[in-house]
Write a protein that binds this ligand. Structure first.
Ligand code: OOG
Ligand code: NI
Length: 447
């Protein structure tokens, strides 16, 4: 079919439109984008080497764009339809996150691009959570929530029609994309008008704030977007100056020579006016802005060490002491690329240098990688972590639900149930990194 649009282009346009919509809905998010751009610029000015590195990798232009957003849905059918929508944008469900262990009654996946070229073009992903109504203890309330959810359709009729057209055609034309994007955005728009009366909202809210957020509205409003920063510690400390209230601590690992996994912080959710069906009025806290800084992807062994150290470090009350304490505890996590490689704690992408290329014939899988690197034949670049961290995600959830959180629900994960709702299994994130590493080794003659 002539003039079809690629999934990468659709994702790019969608993320831009989403950002525009969110900035107009939550002006403070626009201010966060400015803060992040200022910090990134200052870092680049004082680190010419980093500037060069990003320029070489064609990353400068897209430095400040959103890396992810998050939504929460209430029904299995909603999740399955989102899967169809995101697939059109080249985003596939990767990873299973059980948040019930942290007292948040949802389980989640991240819809994201999976191959290198798609990630380079636009890495936008959407952390998507499905409410677990079965974790509501009160049977009556559970039934009430289910009934309310059963009555809503978060997708426009035209959006559903376009999904069917896509299935028939296997692609979209330019005019179809022009229609598709605004139709999809309707699902993520904020509705000040709740679908329920105030009493129902309060009953659900009392059970868990998140349940009220998911159940009481017509759509699954985007609850945050997240740009990338080159210095999250600086963003955290500047937030107050820019008139935002930062969450208490930066989630994830501490600052390191070789950054690992993912560090995140956010400004706290706004209190927004909500109108109920019985014409009463109250406020709701759900929407905020987040910042992320990504490092190297860890192997299962590296991840196990990360999880153990994080557990040992525990939760700090203020960021300064928490980071100091984390640094101490994480001194047991090797922080040179040689150790990370030799102990197989992290994933690398290998590339031959011009000198290596000219000796390609001599390189065999039996060669010592470290020797090849020292000889100047081989380069090893960190493979960046593209996923999320359940403990961090729980921290982000908790600090943005407003007020003090009660840890009531503690459940078991149920990946099978989630995958059934999704209509497919989630992709294992470790195997993606492993494959990327192996592919690069094979290209170098090392496998
Ligand atoms: C999602 C929280 C998780 C992250 O960056 O870890 C998340 C939510 O609040 O719905 O976005
Ligand atoms: Ni997030």
């Amino acid at each position: 079919m002539p003039n079809t649009v690629s999934a990468d282009e659709i994702r790019e346009r969608f993320s831009q439109e989403m950002s525009r919509m969110y900035q107009s809905e939550v002006p403070q998010y626009g201010e966060l984008l400015e803060l992040v751009a200022d910090v990134n610029l200052a870092i680049l000015e004082s680190h010419p080497h980093l500037y060069q590195q990003l320029e070489n990798a064609d990353e400068l232009a897209r430095l400040n764009i959103e890396r992810h957003g998050a939504i929460r849905v209430g029904k299995t059918e909603e999740l399955a339809t989102l899967k169809r929508i995101f697939e059109i944008m080249g985003m596939y469900p990767v990873g299973y996150y059980d948040l019930s262990q942290a007292g948040v009654p949802v389980h989640s996946t991240a819809f994201r691009p999976v191959d290198d070229s798609a990630l380079t073009q636009n890495p936008f992903r959407v952390f998507t959570s499905l409410l677990r109504l079965e974790l509501i203890e009160d049977q009556q309330l559970r039934d009430r929530a289910a009934t309310i959810l059963a009555q809503r359709d978060i997708f426009t009729p035209r959006c559903r029609k376009l999904l069917d057209i896509y299935d028939e055609q296997g692609c979209f034309t330019v005019p179809q994309v022009n229609e598709f994007i605004p139709e999809v955005l309707e699902t993520f728009r904020w509705h000040q008008q709740a679908t329920v009366d105030m009493q129902t909202y309060q009953d659900l809210h009392r059970e868990h704030r998140l349940i009220a957020d998911v159940v009481c509205f017509r759509g699954c409003h985007i609850n945050h977007l997240t740009p990338r920063t080159l210095d999250i510690d600086r963003v955290q400390s500047l937030m107050t100056e820019y008139g935002m209230t930062p969450k208490a601590i930066i989630e994830g690992p501490p600052r390191r020579e070789i950054p690992i996994l993912l560090r995140q912080t956010s400004f706290k959710a706004l209190e927004e006016v909500v109108l109920f069906s019985d014409h009463q009025q109250s406020t709701h806290t759900a929407r905020f802005g987040e910042v992320e800084q990504r490092g190297i992807a860890l192997s299962p062994k590296g991840r196990a060490l990360y999880d153990a150290l994080l557990l040992e470090a525990g939760q700090g009350i203020d960021n300064f002491h928490h980071q100091q304490h984390l640094c101490q505890v994480f001194s047991r996590f090797p922080d040179t690329d040689i150790e990370l490689r030799e102990q197989e704690l992290a994933y690398f992408r290998y590339r031959l240098t011009p000198a290596g290329e000219s000796h390609r014939q001599e390189i065999t899988p039996a060669d010592d990688i470290q020797l090849l690197i020292e000889r100047g034949w081989l380069l090893a670049h960190p493979i960046i972590y593209e996923d999320f961290l359940p403990v961090s995600a729980a921290g982000i959830f908790q600090s943005n639900l407003g007020g003090e959180e009660t840890h009531r629900q503690h459940g078991e994960g149920s990946r099978g149930v989630f995958e059934q709702a999704l209509g497919t299994s989630v992709i294992d994130e470790f195997s993606l990194y492993q494959q990327a590493q192996e592919k690069s080794k094979r290209r170098c003659g090392l496998l």
